[in-house]
Design a protein around this ligand. Structure first.
Ligand code: G
Ligand code: G
Ligand code: MN
Ligand code: NA
Length: 250
């Protein structure tokens, strides 16, 4: 059996799970939302991380039904959380190419009853380099539903600052590599500081990802970074543990 063959049956066999990682408001140190991260519990190989199967799911088109499952499950789970908390869901470029993502999102919000403002869709820069007119139209339609759009992994891909002007982002997520290196590398530090300032000027939120140490948190606080996500604040946890643990803090 190849991974690809197994992946075709994984949805039907209920082998996917979602873990949730909290995001915190840095000033108040209170949770403001959580990111949904998929996991595959393979019957023979155990827990498989998305880095290993998402690329295959993208090549085979299986990412479309899998992504829709994540979206529906994450929105349903979030209806059980305190009302001020958002849920962030990662979307692959393929989910914009096949079918109508705007219709899927509208259906899921309607079916789960989650208010649109509580859903944040994370997209990467790779989505923005092709078919930009069609992608722009879809992102604008999603925004008009009331959903938020976050630019994920900012600074790692084909970063173009013009994307921030052309596309309707509500948030920039600074990639982990910058946060990891910023305390020892002045260039990384300058980049993080500048992106925080950029977010402030554009009046959109900024989340620093991969925050692991109190030293990093102190530096981000000094830069005025509004939000953080990382092992220092919380690891990805199953829906049950997440609901009882991380969110109790509210
Ligand atoms: O959770 P982890 O750090 O192992 O995630 C690895 C990568 O998989 C990250 O880039 C993350 O964005 C991506 N990922 C996690 N869950 C999903 C998902 O539901 N859909 C998509 N498209 N990517 C995901
Ligand atoms: O690409 P994306 O940002 O969606 O991926 C998020 C991934 O980063 C998740 O797989 C999550 O497990 C991982 N992650 C989250 N916080 C930390 C952290 O503090 N350190 C490290 N090394 N990885 C993290
Ligand atoms: Mn993400
Ligand atoms: Na990211």
């Amino acid at each position: 059996h190849t991974i690809e063959q197994d992946l075709r049956h994984a949805l039907r066999r209920n082998e996917f799970e979602i873990v949730y990682q909290p995001q915190y408001d840095l000033k108040s140190e209170m949770p403001c939302g959580s990111e949904a991260l998929i996991r595959w519990r393979h019957p023979d190989h155990g827990l498989i991380s998305p880095g290993h199967f998402i690329p295959i799911a993208e090549e085979t088109g299986l990412i479309v039904p899998i992504g829709e499952w994540v979206l529906r499950q994450a929105c349903a789970d979030a209806t059980q959380w305190p009302e001020h908390l958002t849920v962030a869901v990662n979307l692959s470029p393929a989910q914009f190419r096949v079918g109508d993502i705007t219709e899927t999102v509208a259906d899921v919000l309607h079916q789960t009853g989650l208010p649109a403002r509580r859903l944040e869709l994370e997209i990467t820069e790779s989505l923005l380099i092709n078919d930009t007119e069609e992608v722009l139209a879809k992102l604008n339609r999603l925004r008009s539903l009331g959903v938020r759009i976050a630019m994920d992994d900012f600074g790692t891909g084909y970063s173009s600052l013009s994307y921030l002007a052309r596309f309707p982002f509500s948030k920039i997520k600074i990639d982990q590599q910058f946060v990891r290196n910023m305390t020892r590398d002045p260039a990384m530090r300058a980049i993080v500081k500048s992106v925080v300032a950029l977010g402030k000027s554009l009046r959109i939120a900024v989340t620093a990802e991969g925050v692991e140490t109190p030293e990093q948190a102190r530096m981000l606080r000094r830069f005025g970074c509004p939000q953080v996500q990382g092992f220092l604040y919380g690891r990805p946890e199953t829906a049950e543990v997440h609901a009882q643990g991380a969110l109790k803090a509210t």
